[in-house]
Design a protein around this ligand. Structure first.
Ligand SMILES: Cc1cc2nc3c(=O)[nH]c(=O)nc-3n(C[C@H](O)[C@H](O)[C@H](O)COP(=O)(O)OP(=O)(O)OC[C@H]3O[C@@H](n4cnc5c(N)ncnc54)[C@H](O)[C@@H]3O)c2cc1C
Length: 430
């Protein structure tokens, strides 16, 4: 049986962020990826943050296939026929070293995999890992779907994404429940670059994002997004699986509903759908994260449920967790100690980073959103009413309008409920 120091299962951002620094340090590392290349099976809305990726791959934007640096981020709450809009734009985000970029995973992950290969890692594609191998109770390799495909190693890295078979096989993670994952679908819609810049108010080469809520997700717990690429838009929507099942709505129906909204349709008008993608997103938050290490194995990225949905961050947590895992593994290799005790350094490094701090900060958020469906229905309607009343000039004084709005709000939601919603929001999100 061939033996490696480290076997990384999954060639996404988490797995490659482990393998690249290890390979550069001369460690014998193999990445096993089920797709025919890294990125071929991967889906992301498309916003990739510069700093965590730079920490691993250096000044990647100078050579990697990025689409547009994002200078403007917008947040829209939709009702059937209105949009409450907010946002932030800074030209400083459009100059080096940038804040974040829109990317296509199929191109960007492929680039990261090429760098990892050049650094000396072996990348084995079109190969599915089916199980972990154990010796004396300790994980010591993986079983692949290939004939005579068992591979031995000192440490296995489970970087196999949201449905992590490895974390389950290692007994770290049960199957997820329907309220612990969202299903998201996305279309890539072609449009000429100049048209995108005109519709989004951008200078040549600049990018913008819009996150949408409320009617955008057919009022289910979830979000939708529109991101600008060079000559296309990424348009997608996702909702928690339990909500989709209960409402009996398919993600595709949700996407069509979003695209037909009067605030969205003009942005995509005349565009041609080039690609359609679908994927799961872990939504359980901090409390549903599995143990992050065991004897001979660490779990990184989506496999460990590291997604901060509120800030639509996932790839950055995956990358930073990969970097921390690589650091812990390097020390374990130095000490020749691959026990859980030695690999516990990985969790310590994550605790010292923003990853576990952010996950812990929002630990109550999934429960808050689950128990407050009115955030996606009633509150957007109230916002529309207030906007229409206050912005209409109809001979009614502004003071009277204020009272009209207050009476309307209290008629829809008693004051004690408003106070309890505010308290729950504070506890869930602060
Ligand atoms: C629609 C959508 C929009 C998103 N938008 C954003 C965004 O804008 N910004 C952001 O930061 N995050 C976003 N995310 C989240 C982000 O995509 C993930 O958090 C991130 O990709 C996690 O990286 P990963 O390497 O842990 O997992 P993945 O990217 O899922 O990689 C796992 C890899 O493992 C491989 N694999 C799985 N099982 C096996 C096996 N048994 N054997 C071999 N290989 C295997 C897969 O093929 C895959 O390549 C979004 C996610 C979705 C679904």
């Amino acid at each position: 049986m061939e033996k490696f120091d480290v076997i990384v299962v999954g060639g996404g951002p988490a797995g490659l962020a482990v393998a690249y620094p290890l390979a550069k340090a001369g460690v014998k590392v193999a990445v096993i990826e089920r797709g025919n290349f890294s990125g071929s099976k991967n889906v992301m809305g498309g916003v990739l943050y510069r700093q965590p990726t730079e920490e691993v791959f250096g000044e990647f934007w100078k050579e990697a296939p990025v689409e547009r640096p994002v200078i403007e981020q917008n947040y829209w709450v939709l009702t059937k026929d209105a949009a409450l809009k907010g946002g932030f734009r800074s030209q400083r985000f459009g100059i080096e070293p940038y804040n974040c970029f829109t990317v296509f995973r199929a191109r960007f992950d492929k680039w990261m995999a090429e760098k990892t290969l050049q650094a000396g890692a072996l990348i084995i594609t079109e190969t599915v890992v089916e199980d972990v191998l154990r010796k004396d109770g300790r994980i010591c390799g993986v079983r692949t779907g290939r004939p005579e495909g068992d591979l031995a190693c000192d440490v296995v890295v489970a970087a196999d994404g949201v449905n992590s078979l490895l974390a389950k096989d290692a007994g770290l993670k049960p199957d997820w429940k329907a309220n612990e994952a969202a299903v998201a679908v996305k279309e890539i819609i072609s449009l000429p670059a100049e048209e995108i810049e005109k519709r989004f108010g951008l200078n040549p080469g600049e990018g913008a994002t819009i996150e949408l809520y409320g009617d955008a997700t057919s009022c289910l717990m979830g979000t939708a997004f529109i991101y600008t690429n060079r000559d296309s838009l990424s348009v997608g929507v996702g909702a928690v699986c339990s909500d989709l099942l209960e409402a009996n709505i398919s993600p595709n129906d949700m996407l069509e509903h979003l695209k037909a909204h009067p605030a969205v349709a003009p942005l995509i008008a005349g565009g041609e759908v080039r690609e359609y993608l679908a994927h799961l997103i872990p939504e359980g938050g901090f409390d549903k994260m599995p143990p992050l290490y065991t004897d001979g194995m660490v779990v990184v990225g989506d496999a460990a449920g590291m997604v901060n949905s509120l800030h639509r961050e996932g790839s950055n947590l995956a990358t930073t967790s990969g970097k921390c895992a690589a650091e812990a593994i390097l020390r374990a290799l130095e000490w020749k100690d691959f026990s859980a005790k030695s690999l516990a350094r990985y969790e310590q490094l994550l605790r010292d980073s923003y990853v576990l701090r952010d996950m812990e900060k929002y630990r109550r958020a999934p429960r808050f959103f689950e128990t407050h469906p009115e955030l996606f229905t009633l509150y957007p309607e109230i916002g529309q009413y207030a906007g229409e009343v206050f912005l209409s000039v109809d001979g009614v004084s502004k003071k009277q309008k204020q009272w009209q709005i207050i009476r309307h709000v209290l008629g829809r939601r008693p004051i004690w409920k408003l106070a309890s919603d505010a308290w729950a929001a504070w506890r869930g999100l602060y």
